[in-house]
Design a protein around this ligand. Structure first.
Ligand code: FPP
Length: 253
């Protein structure tokens, strides 16, 4: 159990119905910094502190997988200085936080085109995954150089190669098989988020987990990511718990 504070703030949440997989589009770091006349990277630095807070809160609530959109395949278009700062963040984060993650049995996973990351970033994320590989509590899953359309294309390519090699027949291709070729396959049985949160008031998906959110509840919150905290997480979970999830069926009595 990480510190006790987060536990008290969760009093209204039904602990029996916590979403097992929560995915978050962490948006608004730049605006947070701009409001304070600070450089954008100050917002990302503060955003990294929020990642620690929310990891602790989610783990204490019993969440199984927390997926955080840290860097998209489109984020390379940002100014070089910002990209380079964002690439340095995993190192700063894991250096400071891995011992606490291990103590709390949190396993780190990183999904995305990891081979295209700068060497130093690739090495620190690999080390964090290795160092926490034995932990079997919550999975803290970073999407880093991730893009959902590319992921779907890559899955299609690997299935096509398997067909060409004769190891599967086109008639074997179904939703289960397709999902096994996606970057979330190692998260099974929690590969699909129950709840997707986006901060900062923007209401779009931005190429995140397009396949996996088919039945997720979407919650858009107005606050900026650096201001997100255990209480705002609890409010999003409460909203999730007040929704009627039917998965295309009808309401169960
Ligand atoms: C979007 O806000 C945020 C990002 C592109 C980066 C998110 C990264 C973090 C929160 C830190 C990640 C931490 C680790 C440990 C990897 P924005 O910059 O688009 O904000 P804006 O829309 O206000 O400009």
């Amino acid at each position: 159990m990480f510190g006790k504070k987060e536990k008290q703030a969760s009093s209204k949440v039904d602990l029996e119905r916590i979403p097992k997989h929560i995915a978050i589009i962490m948006d608004g770091n730049g605006r947070w910094a701009q409001k304070r006349h600070l450089p954008r990277i100050a917002g990302h630095k503060r955003g990294m502190e929020t990642v620690k807070t929310i990891t602790k809160a989610a783990s204490n609530l019993g969440v199984k997988v927390l997926t955080l959109y840290a860097f998209s395949t489109e984020n390379w278009k940002r100014p070089e200085q910002e990209v380079s700062y964002l690439m340095s963040l995993p190192g700063k984060f894991f250096d400071a936080f891995v011992p606490e993650l291990i103590e709390n049995n949190v396993q780190v996973n990183v999904m995305g085109y990891i081979d295209k990351l700068p060497d130093a970033t690739r090495q620190v994320v690999q080390k964090a995954m290795d160092d926490t590989a034995q932990c079997d509590g919550m999975v803290l899953n970073f999407a880093l150089n991730y893009g959902s359309r590319s992921e779907i294309v890559s899955a299609t390519q690997s299935i096509a190669e398997a067909v060409q090699a004769g190891t599967i027949d086109p008639s074997d291709i179904d939703e289960q098989l397709f999902a096994k070729h996606l970057m979330t396959s190692s998260l099974a049985p929690y590969a699909d988020p129950d709840l997707l949160i986006r901060t900062s008031g923007e209401q779009r998906i931005s190429n995140f987990l397009l396949w996996q959110i088919a039945y997720s509840e979407l919650v858009f919150t107005d606050g900026l990511w650096p201001d997100f905290n255990a209480d705002t997480l609890n409010n999003a979970i409460l909203e999730f718990q007040n929704r009627d999830r039917r998965f295309g069926g009808i309401k169960s009595k």
